[in-house]
Ligand binder design. Structure first.
Ligand SMILES: [Zn+2]
Length: 463
């Protein structure tokens, strides 16, 4: 009854009064587009793209210089082919020119920072205005609704975003989470003891859905299966940011369907699976260009422009991922958003410490991005339980503060100071013999027998 009053009366009343929270309004507007045709969506996309290009031309220092150098004016861009005159950007473009990409209309302290770098080892900080952030949540909410989620349904998050984790510690943050009906696990330390806390939290909070990084969901699923814990009543799981390789395992652990979301910190919520398991692109809010690759004729690289981000607008961003466009893009759900088949980069390894502690590679990458500066790329290689090598590419090479911060972080996350950490500096960190690059590599972290032994030992300890 209390839940019903909150859901039906108090929270809608708050949304009505507190107009600054534009999430519900954005969500309603976005959701109405589910009924449009694909052509209508492309029309909206083009209008929004023109608005963004115009804005970048007049307001954003980096693009002002770029347009001048290209001798290009927004009115010259009449087709998508014209738009391609703007070069592609990648993580390094942002790292090297960060301050010029930030919208000077905002004071930096009023922008929200998102840390990226999970799949490439390039620690990018991207900035969003509060309105951008609300828009991201609304767009994700629309995509979640394709799988049966309702706007007021409760969600429990398993992510490493420090902004949110810190937020849950403050009174204001707790109130905000309460209003948006979400709750969050503290994922900084992943131990069986901590996962028992997540179970307690979930049982008390009673979420309708779970959402989180695929590797964290996977680890939690293994824990639940080993401990024979059933978390009943969860209607679905949304896996995000990392490749979803253990869909069946996660689905079995929670006894519910798992849906994949494709996006990154630079361009959130590019595409999302519907209830029939097909991946639909949010083309009205993200322009996705399919560019040729050397791989084969069908495989295309994804170059994305988020059309709703104005805190740090990014035009033509190469995500580093590839996809195959479905020839038959129809889906039983009849949504107007086109369907793609993704081919995303290889997942990170996890680290394991000698006390059995597991550190998610994705979480670690995000924290490294938060505690360092001036690094263009990093790679962490765990040789054995006691030795970790950190490879760094940075313009000024050795930076004592970065080294100290990384050491402190690893000691804290792995809950041990007995590991030996060595730093190596490079102009460019070389890829592996197959030409691939993974920021976190563990010679033991992905050894299934070793992990099984550690889990068995921990299960015994906590029974
Ligand atoms: Zn569908």
């Amino acid at each position: 009854m209390r839940d019903l009053i909150l859901k039906k009366i108090f929270i809608p009343f708050y949304d009505y009064i507190y107009k600054k929270s534009s999430r519900i309004e954005c969500y309603k507007r976005l959701k109405r587009r589910n009924l449009l045709s694909c052509e209508d969506l492309y029309f909206i996309q083009w209008k929004r793209l023109k608005k963004l290009i115009n804005y970048c031309y007049y307001k954003i220092p980096y693009y002002q210089k770029l347009f001048k150098a290209l001798d290009l004016h927004p009115t010259d861009i009449k087709t998508l082919k014209d738009y391609k005159k703007i070069p592609e950007f990648n993580k390094l473009s942002i790292i090297d020119n960060k301050s010029e990409f930030i919208n000077p209309e905002y004071e930096e302290k009023n922008l929200i920072i998102a840390h990226a770098g999970g799949s490439t080892g390039m620690p990018v900080k991207v900035y969003r205005s509060p309105q951008d952030q609300e828009y991201i949540c609304a767009l994700r909410a629309r995509a979640n609704s394709w799988c049966g989620w309702n706007y007021r349904d409760k969600i429990y998050w398993l992510i490493s975003d420090q902004n949110y984790i810190k937020q849950t510690d403050s009174l204001g943050g707790k109130f905000f989470s309460f209003l948006h009906r979400n709750n969050m696990a503290n994922t900084k330390n992943i131990t069986p003891e901590r996962m028992f806390c997540w179970v307690k939290q979930i049982k008390k909070f009673k979420p309708d859905y779970l959402s989180g990084y695929s590797s964290l969901l996977e680890e939690f699923s293994i824990f639940l299966i080993n401990e024979k814990i059933n978390l009943n009543g969860i209607k679905g799981i949304f896996a995000t940011v990392e490749p979803l390789v253990q869909r069946e395992l996660i689905s079995r652990a929670f006894n519910t369907p798992v849906y994949n979301e494709y996006g990154c910190s630079e361009v959130p919520c590019i595409a999302h699976e519907c209830q029939y398991g097909k991946m639909h692109i949010n083309i009205d809010e993200i322009l996705v260009e399919f560019e040729d690759t050397d791989e084969d004729f069908e495989t295309k690289k994804l170059v994305c422009t988020p059309l709703y981000i104005y805190g740090m607008p990014i035009l033509r961003y190469n995500t580093g991922d590839t996809a195959v466009l479905n020839e038959d893009d129809s889906c039983e759900c009849r949504l107007p958003y086109p369907v793609i088949k993704l081919k995303v980069a290889q997942a990170n390894d996890n680290l394991i410490s000698n006390n059995g502690k597991l550190v998610s590679g994705m979480v670690l990458s995000s924290y490294i991005s938060a505690v360092t500066s001036g690094i263009r790329q990093f790679q962490i290689v765990q040789k054995d339980l006691l030795n970790i090598k950190i490879k760094i590419s940075a313009p000024n090479y050795a930076n004592e503060e970065n080294e100290q911060n990384i050491r402190k972080l690893l000691y804290e996350l792995m809950e041990t100071t007995s590991i030996k950490i060595n730093f190596e500096y490079y102009d460019k960190i070389p890829p592996d013999i197959n030409g691939n690059f993974r920021p976190v590599i563990s010679n033991i972290g992905n050894n299934d027998n070793y992990k099984a032994n550690i889990r068995a030992k921990n299960a015994h300890t906590y029974q």
